[in-house]
Design a protein. Structure first.
Length: 257
């Protein structure tokens, strides 16, 4: 998709989607307050705030704030050396009303077997020629000591999707375990971007009230939706104590409208 159209789609989807979902769509493209705006020279570094935990022996989750001017990477301190870790999956996730970026990285890539003693987040300014020299070109976190895998909550499974009528389904899931802070039904469905006049897949986070194990959802059934984007997908996500369930384990259950 041309960059102009892609940008328009993202902008329109974020603004209109927030209304469609009761303000549950991420303002993912909105920049955070300018990191290091008080810096006097490019050499000064602004901190990135983050936390880390082991998901399992190889996968590590890093939760950080986001300044959309920067492109981020995660490195591991392993055996005294520092190396960048390949990204497995990432997404914006809402924690108590605050949108944060969650990345999961692979510490075992390349046959590595030693666990990192710390993780570091680095952000490099994208398109630096477009910014004043006072804006830091590189920002970093402090060393993040990974918490144990026990802090990563486990999302319940979608157990069934029942069709209530031609345009409505009821998504059912098993009870959440471990008293998570928030249970969310993730919904991927066609979304219409009026600015460029196309339908495209878009993912929404639907907060589930405490104790509930089902939610009714409306299907998009417009005849204008291309066949390739008609499918609706549903999966569960939970957050607890600043961490989110394993993003790699999210397997959408799809239904056709």
């Amino acid at each position: 998709m041309p960059s102009r159209i892609a940008t328009a789609v993202a902008t329109c989807a974020l603004s209109l989607g927030a209304l469609a979902s009761g303000a549950s769509v991420a303002a993912a493209a909105s920049p955070a307050p300018a990191a290091g705006s008080a810096a006097k020279a490019p050499s000064l570094q602004a901190a990135v705030t983050g936390r880390a935990a082991a998901v399992d022996r190889c996968s590590y989750q890093v939760v950080r704030d986001d300044d959309s001017r920067y492109v981020y990477s995660v490195s591991g301190v392993i055996g005294g050396a520092v190396r960048e870790l390949p990204l497995q999956k990432e997404d914006f996730v809402r924690f108590s009303g605050q949108w944060l970026k969650v990345a999961q990285v692979d510490a075992c890539a390349g046959g590595q077997s030693q666990a990192p003693t710390a993780l570091r987040i680095t952000g490099k300014l994208d398109n630096p020629d477009g910014y004043d020299p006072s804006v830091p070109r590189t920002i970093r976190s402090n060393d993040l000591k990974p918490a144990a895998s026990s802090v990563i909550p486990k999302a319940p499974a979608v157990t069934s999707i029942d069709r209530l009528d031609a345009a409505t389904v009821r998504v059912n899931w098993s009870p959440a375990q471990g008293n998570p802070d928030q249970v969310m039904l993730m919904e991927r469905k066609p979304f219409y971007s009026s600015e460029v006049g196309i339908w495209h897949p878009y993912t929404f986070q639907r907060d589930a009230p405490s104790g509930t194990t089902s939610m009714n959802r409306k299907l998009e059934r417009s005849s204008d939706i291309p066949a390739g984007v008609r499918a609706h997908g549903y999966w569960m996500r939970v957050t607890k104590n600043g961490f989110v369930s394993d993003l790699r384990a999210e397997k959408p259950t799809e239904v056709q409208p």
